[in-house]
Design a binder for this molecule. Structure first.
Ligand code: SF4
Ligand code: SF4
Length: 199
């Protein structure tokens, strides 16, 4: 992981080229703040979307990667629809998430495992299977306290019949080709980032 900047200097930190793609997406930002004012999750974010785009433009990779803003983006597309410059902000947030996961940033390990296990479950079952998903996630987390944290929510969902018990049947063969193709595309896109993170 890149060292976190403590100086507040706009000088690019090492490895900032990982942000090139996102910087191109938001380079026309005029810092009007409409994205922040429109975002339903902004109050929970450590950096507002407007600040995030400013850091991206300044190539502050370490500061961007240290933030949870792109993790908390729920891809509602409101900012994208309202940005007066017509910038693809939701895609930019998704791309930041991809960069963080590709770089295996320790700060975002829990979220990365959550996404990975979610997608593995969908691939295996053809849809989300809650028990299989959470079992895979808890196992990957290797922390016996994690299930306790989710217990109240699990009980509530079970009480409403929202959680299917058992582990379901595999539907892997139907989705394998699709998942393999996406993995191939993502590997090609991530190759420069991986090379950079090991430089
Ligand atoms: S709404 Fe668009 S132009 Fe305004 S701060 Fe956000 S990204 Fe920049
Ligand atoms: S797409 Fe993400 S960043 Fe944009 S308004 Fe929705 S939650 Fe906020």
């Amino acid at each position: 992981m890149q060292p976190h900047s403590a100086t507040g200097s706009p000088t690019p930190d090492d490895g900032s080229t990982a942000l090139d793609h996102v910087r191109n997406m938001v380079s026309a930002c005029i810092q009007c703040g409409t994205c922040t004012g429109s975002c339903p999750n902004a109050l929970e974010m450590d950096l507002t979307p407007r600040k995030m785009w400013r850091l991206v433009i300044l190539e502050r990779l370490a500061d961007v990667m240290a933030s949870r803003t792109f993790i908390l983006c729920s891809a509602c597309y409101t900012c994208t629809l309202r940005c007066p410059r017509g910038l693809p902000l939701t895609t930019a947030m998704e791309t930041l998430k991809g960069i963080a996961f590709t770089r295996r940033e320790a700060r975002h390990r829990n979220s990365r495992l959550f996404y990975e296990k979610f997608m593995q479950t969908v691939r295996h079952h053809g849809r989300l299977h809650e028990m299989a998903f959470m079992t895979g996630y808890f196992t990957a987390m290797k922390n016996p306290l994690t299930p306790l944290r989710f217990a109240p929510l699990g009980m509530k969902l079970m009480g409403k019949g929202k959680v299917e018990m058992g582990f379901g049947k595999s539907a892997a063969t139907h989705l394998d080709a699709l998942f393999d193709k996406v993995a191939e595309i993502e590997r090609a896109a991530a190759a420069p980032l991986e090379k950079e993170s090991h430089a």
